[in-house]
Structures are given as structure tokens and as C-alpha cells.
Write a protein that binds this ligand. Structure first.
Ligand code: SF4
Length: 729
């Protein structure tokens, strides 16, 4: 297949189309940003009588220009959904029912338990696991509380389950985290490689941006995915890769680029280090070697490498198909390697761009201090520790000298009895972590579990001693950062229900109960001002950002340094435009990647690959979307997608039930027969409490500690319809 490089320009009919929106009568429209995925769509919430009654996409917004996906369109229903947690609850034992408490009682008890456990077992005996869902101002305040007050080094976010490999890969290649590209790159690129991303379902508005760009100007789209996803169906080329072998394919693509003289030698010489060692490894990975590992014909690998290598500007996007693997960090480094040798970093249309999961997974990376200190500072760097200790006014000795356990290592440490108390913030590991039965046994071992969330009941709260009710999106003020580094405003539109508080106020209340005096900034605007000062001159510079500037601009991409007086702050659509990277020598690293096939693979006892992922109607563990009728009715119960030939062989018909067994557990789900999955493979959405994570193994990536959710072995057989098949949350 060849593609013309004289690009035809089409007029997009999308540009003239007014979005169809629900027009309930409203008193007022308030600007905000969608609280589901990392696309970062601008939203206006319609308010009537103090209630959120509808939403519409913000016309002219630089991300979505009025478009929303299903989840965004019904987002106001999450605010009004049943089972909102309205007041704090406490109990002394998980065998007892919860009793309503005052905030004073909840803060006092939680503070007393954390103090007791730290005094008895050491400060690391308390662990904190947060989320990608709360606001950046809240993340910053939580980091200040945990790093500067509690002092535990067992502090992480559930973003380890989704984006840790991207973070790790960026740091290894470029010396700092941060996606170099942006959505506008679709309008400049001459080739798009998409790895492990079902963009159509998981980030529908980014997909709309891509489709619009393709209507204006044709360029090749190549999708690499074991499934024939909706995205794969619209691609020019689909590479149905064997699960978990992306590193081999990436090495082989680089092999062809070098072999056929398609590398940008001037860029490589000026901007990178490590070429000689890297080349030695790449030479071992010919397309023929890769074909036997990845299941893709060698000639097809050559063809894709030529299209990518010959394009004037070429970009790579990816999501969990790369990240959720035992080779996740290496997969990201492989994408960076390929981008670097072709000079495709920081150019219009030519950059790697990780498409993040949660609405503010980026904000936690920037300012939560989970993996370091604010503004991409490192715990391992004494200068950084000194700067932040002085800025916060705390004793530097409170900071550990290296990063502690990730979320996926915190749970085994609870199992081993090293951690006795856990504070979960807007995360639901009973559905999101691999091997659900083991997670349940682990949570039972805790002396104290505090859960801070917006809904009750939820699966993880079964094991909690304290429940702290939080405000949801649009009930509080703050910012999110989207996948292209765009910091954007989430206005408070309505009041939270009952006694629920913003996460910021919960953090401040607990800090006060623990007599911490260093949390000086008490409002979102004050915290943003502090973030601006602490990040000045750092890679994620927010010093030019204020809440007002964000609303005027529809978001600003960092780095956004202070503007001259009277000028609007300017963001930065791309990173590394001048080629300067964050490693000490100013260069990016070409890192050799050897492939070690360490996945659980299908065998005679468990002959199917199990792949897990998302569907368009639901969001993560369904704590929100499971309560929204218009989303839940499309996808109310767990199901498995399996190939119709496998189904016929096993006597399973469409809408029969199938028992899926792994070495961990089993579950019975409805069968959907499809050609989207290849024979020998099944796919189960991970959203459901009785779902895919009962089966998953979750081997960890050695660099990022992210679990492999997409490569494990299962057996399938026909089953009776379960008697307890009911809608669940
Ligand atoms: Fe919200 Fe993402 Fe849908 Fe946009 S694409 S409306 S950010 S869920």
C-alpha cells in the first residue's frame, strides 16, 4: 500500500455542524471540564433551582469544540445519582454496621488511628493510595500532608494501574515525565501509529479530532492491537499482534529504519546518546525474528516501517495495550526510541503522545508527590528535598531519600503484615486490582481502613472502618490536566449533598486533627498560587496559570511561564521543540530493549488469552456510570467477547453463558460472539465487581510496577445462566 505525500485538503462537514444537545430549561450555564477521561472536554453545566439538570459541550473549546461522548452527555446524572454518601460513618469492626458520625468524630478517629499505628509500628505502617480523579490543588495538598506531615513512604495513586509505564518510559528516555505531543499534531502528521488504543470507545472525542483531521487531509493510520477494535476497523493497516510482544515489533520497526537509511542521522547525532549500544541490540531483531514472536508477517512489518520512516512527520499514540504489560515501560521506551531515530519528537505532527486514562492522572503525576516531590522533583535528589522542605516549612528529615512502594507493592506489604492502616481516596481496588479474592483477603488484615469517596456502598468499603463522604466533580473548584498537558478549570456548579466535603477540605480537616501547621493554603485559588510558585522554572511550570486565565483560554498547556505584565500567559503545545532534554547531558537516551517472554501464556489447561479493557458506556469501576440509567442500560452485566468459531466448538451460542476459569478464580458471564477477537482469545470489560479481575494475575512491570492486565491464560466452557444475575454496582 502506498500513500500520496501530496496531501489533499478536504473541507470537514463536522466544522459546520451544530452539536445536538439536550435543551432542558436552565437558569444558568457554568463552565467546567469533563470529569471522566483524560481527553479534557470543555463542558457547560446547566443549572436549575440549584441542581445540575443538563450539560452541553462548550462550543469553540480548543479540545472538543462542543462535542461530547456518551459519558460527558450524561455527566450531570452522576451528580444526582442515588447512593451519594452524605455524612461520615464509623465502626470499630467490619463485622458491625456503620454508624453516622460527625466530621469532628471522623477526623479525630482517623487521626488517632494513624497516630497509634505509626507510634506502634513505625511511620511506614500507614499507607495512602489515591486516584486520578481529584483536582490538582487537592493532589498537591494531599502530597503536602503525606510527605510533609504523615511521613509515610507507602504513598501512591491508582494511576499505577494505568499510566505508570508511560511515566517510567518518559523518564528513562527523556529524563522527565510529560507527553511531548498534542492533539493538534493530527493536523500536521503524515503517519499515525496507534499502539494498544481503542481510541473510538475509550477517548471518543480525541477520535473525533483524528477523524476531522483525516477529512481535511489524508494520512495513513496504522493500528497495532490484538483485537479488531472499532479503531482497527477504520485503520489503513491493522497489525493483530500477539499479546505482550510490542517491544519486539518496535525493535523490528527500528531495525528496518536503520537498515534502509530512514533514520534522521543529524537529529540522532545532535540530540541523543547511546546509539552504538542500542544499534547492537536492534540488529538482532529483524522483521523475520519479530514475525515469529509477534505473529505479523515480516513483509508487513517492513511496509509499516517504511511508511513511518518516510513520512515527513510521524506520530505514535498509545494507551493501556502498551502500559498494562510486564514490558509496559520498555514498550514506551521502544516508542520513544523509534521516535528519536526518526527525529519525531517535539515537531508539529511528529511526537510520541500517551493518551492517559483518568481525567486528572496527569495532575497527580505533576503535583501529588506520590512518586517524588512537586513539579517533577525527585526524593532521591538532596537539592530537591531541601527546596521543598524550605518552601513548605517542614523538617527535611520527614522526607524519605527514595521513592517507597507503589500501589501494587503496598497490597503485598499489607498481606505480609508490614502495613496496618490504609487510606483509600477515590479508588476502588476490589474491582480495579488484579486477583479480587486476594485483594479481599488483604483488606481484611488491616487494623484500620479509611475510605474517602462519593458513593456508598461500594465494594472496597465493605472492609472500611471510617467512611469520609466527598464532593463529586462540579461540586468543588479546581483544575485537571488532560493528555496533552492542558490545565483546565473545573468550576463549582452545585453544592455537595448532605455533609459531604470537597477532598481539599477533607485533607485540611485531617491535617488540622493531626496538628499539622504547614498546610497554609486553604482555598483552591490559594493552592494554585502556591503551585505556580513551587513549579516556576520546572518542566511542568504553572507560574503563569491562574483559574481566571484558564477559563478565558479554555485551558493552558504547560509549561506556562509567567507572562509579561498585561499579557496573557502562553502555553506550550509541544515539549522538546528545541531538542533539549532533561538528562544531565541535555540529550535523550536510546535505550536497548531485550525481550524476555515472561507472560502467563495459554497452554492445554488454560488455552485462551484473556484480554481486558473498557467499553464506551462505562467508566472504570462503575461507581459512577453503574448508577446512570442511560449508560448502564446499554451494558448492565459482565460479558465476554469470544470468537464465533471457538464458541461453536464449545457449543456456546450468542447470549448463552460461559464459565471463564483462570488459575486464580472463575466467573460466569454472558457470551457475545464476535469476530473482533481472534480464535484463541477472549475479551472481558474490567468494569464489573464480579468481573475480569477475579481472573487476572497482574504480573508487574519491573520499572513501573504496573500490572499486566492484558496477558493471561483462561479456560472457557458453556455454563448455566446464573440465578443471581442482577444489576450490580
Ligand atoms: Fe468526557 Fe472523555 Fe467523553 Fe470528553 S471524551 S466527554 S472528556 S468522557
Amino acid at each position: 500500500m502506498t500513500f500520496p505525500h501530496d496531501i489533499t485538503v478536504f473541507k470537514s462537514d463536522y466544522q459546520d455542524r451544530v452539536p445536538s444537545i439536550r435543551q432542558n430549561p436552565v437558569d444558568d450555564w457554568r463552565y467546567t471540564t469533563c470529569g471522566y477521561c483524560s481527553t479534557g472536554c470543555g463542558i457547560e453545566v446547566g443549572v436549575r433551582g440549584g441542581k445540575a439538570v443538563t450539560v452541553r459541550g462548550k462550543l469553540g473549546h480548543p479540545v472538543n469544540d462542543g462535542k461530547l461522548c456518551l459519558k460527558g452527555i450524561w455527566e450531570f446524572e452522576a451528580v444526582n445519582a442515588p447512593n451519594r454518601a452524605e455524612y461520615p460513618m464509623l465502626r470499630t469492626s467490619i463485622d458491625q454496621p456503620f454508624a453516622r458520625a460527625t466530621w469532628d468524630e471522623a477526623f479525630t478517629r482517623t487521626a488517632a488511628e494513624f497516630t497509634r499505628i505509626q507510634q506502634k509500628y513505625g511511620r511506614d505502617a500507614v499507607a495512602v493510595v489515591s486516584t486520578g480523579q481529584i483536582y490538582t490543588e487537592e493532589f498537591y495538598t494531599l502530597g503536602k500532608l503525606v510527605r510533609g506531615g504523615l511521613g509515610t513512604n507507602n504513598y501512591d495513586g491508582n494511576t499505577t494501574l494505568c499510566m505508570a509505564s508511560a511515566v517510567s518510559g518518559y523518564k528513562r528516555s527523556f529524563g522527565a515525565d510529560g507527553p511531548p505531543g498534542c492533539y493538534d499534531d493530527f493536523d500536521h502528521t503524515e503517519c499515525l501509529l496507534a499502539f494498544g488504543s481503542n481510541l473510538v470507545e475509550c477517548h471518543p472525542v480525541i477520535y473525533w479530532r483524528l477523524k476531522s483531521a483525516l477529512e481535511r487531509r489524508r494520512f495513513p493510520v496504522i493500528v497495532i492491537d490484538p483485537r479488531v477494535t472499532m479503531f482497527a476497523q477504520m485503520a489503513d493497516i491493522h497489525l493483530p499482534i500477539t499479546p505482550g510482544t510490542d517491544v519486539v515489533l518496535l525493535n523490528a520497526l527500528a531495525h528496518v529504519v536503520l537498515e534502509e537509511g530512514l533514520a534522521d542521522e543529524a537529529y540522532v547525532a545532535a540530540q541523543t546518546s547511546g546509539l552504538a549500544e542500542w544499534r547492537k541490540v536492534i540488529e538482532q531483531y529483524s522483521p523475520e525474528v519479530a514475525a515469529s514472536v509477534c505473529g505479523i508477517p515480516a513483509e508487513r512489518i517492513r511496509e509499516v516501517a517504511r511508511i513511518y520512516g518516510r513520512a515527513g512527520a510521524a506520530m505514535c499514540i498509545w494507551t493501556m495495550g502498551i502500559n498494562q504489560s510486564t514490558h509496559g515501560s520498555d514498550g514506551v521506551v521502544g516508542i520513544n526510541n523509534l521516535s528519536l531515530i526518526t527525529g519525531n519528537v517535539g515537531r508539529p505532527g511528529g511526537s510520541p503522545l500517551s493518551i492517559t486514562g483518568q481525567c486528572n492522572a496527569m495532575g497527580t503525576r505533576e503535583f501529588s508527590s506520590c512518586s517524588g516531590l512537586p513539579g517533577y522533583r525527585l526524593l532521591e535528589n538532596p537539592e530537591h528535598r531541601g527546596e521543598i522542605a524550605a518552601f513548605w516549612g517542614v523538617d527535611e528529615a520527614t522526607f524519605p531519600q527514595k521513592r517507597g512502594r507503589a500501589m501494587t507493592d503496598i497490597f503485598p506489604a499489607i498481606e505480609a503484615g508490614e502495613i496496618k492502616a490504609l487510606w483509600l481516596i477515590a479508588t476502588n481496588p476490589m474491582t480495579s486490582m488484579p486477583d479480587t479474592h486476594r485483594v479481599a483477603q488483604t483488606l481484611k488484615k488491616l487494623e484500620f481502613l479509611a475510605i474517602q469517596d462519593v458513593f456508598h456502598p461500594l465494594p472496597s468499603a465493605e472492609f472500611a472502618h471510617a467512611f469520609l463522604p466527598a464532593a463529586i466533580w462540579a461540586e468543588k473548584e479546581g483544575t485537571f490536566t488532560n493528555s496533552e498537558r492542558r490545565v483546565n478549570l473545573v468550576r463549582k456548579v452545585v453544592d455537595p449533598p448532605g455533609e459531604a466535603k470537597s477532598d481539599l477540605d477533607i485533607f485540611l480537616g485531617l491535617a488540622d486533627a493531626m496538628s499539622m501547621t504547614h498546610l497554609i493554603a486553604r482555598t483552591p485559588a490559594q493552592v494554585m498560587d502556591e503551585i505556580g510558585r513551587v513549579s516556576e522554572g520546572r518542566p511542568c511550570d504553572y507560574s503563569g496559570i491562574t483559574h481566571e486565565a484558564l477559563e478565558r483560554a479554555g485551558g493552558i498547556q504547560w509549561p506556562a511561564p509567567k507572562a509579561d505584565a498585561g499579557e496573557a500567559p502562553q502555553g506550550s503545545p509541544r515539549l522538546y521543540t528545541d531538542g533539549g532534554f532533561h538528562h544531565a547531558d541535555g540529550r535523550a537516551k536510546l535505550i536497548p530493549l531485550l525481550f524476555d517472554d515472561d507472560n502467563e501464556r495459554p497452554d492445554t489447561a488454560y488455552p485462551f488469552w484473556l484480554n481486558t479493557g473498557r467499553v464506551v458506556e462505562h467508566w472504570h469501576t462503575r461507581t459512577k456510570t453503574g448508577r446512570i440509567g442511560n449508560l448502564n442500560k446499554f451494558s448492565p452485566i459482565p460479558y465476554v467477547e469470544m470468537n464465533s468459531r471457538d464458541a461453536a466448538r464449545l457449543g456456546i451460542e450468542s447470549l448463552d453463558f460461559a464459565k471463564i476459569r483462570s488459575r486464580r478464580s472463575e466467573l460466569t458471564v454472558m457470551a457475545q460472539l464476535t469476530e473482533r477477537v481472534a480464535p484463541g482469545m477472549v475479551f472481558i470489560p474490567f468494569h464489573y465487581a464480579r468481573g475480569a479481575n477475579l481472573l487476572t494475575l497482574g504480573l508487574l512491570d519491573p520499572h513501573s510496577r504496573q500490572p499486566a492486565f492484558k496477558q493471561q491464560a483462561v479456560a472457557v466452557e458453556k455454563a448455566e445462566r446464573p440465578t443471581n444475575l442482577s444489576q450490580e454496582v
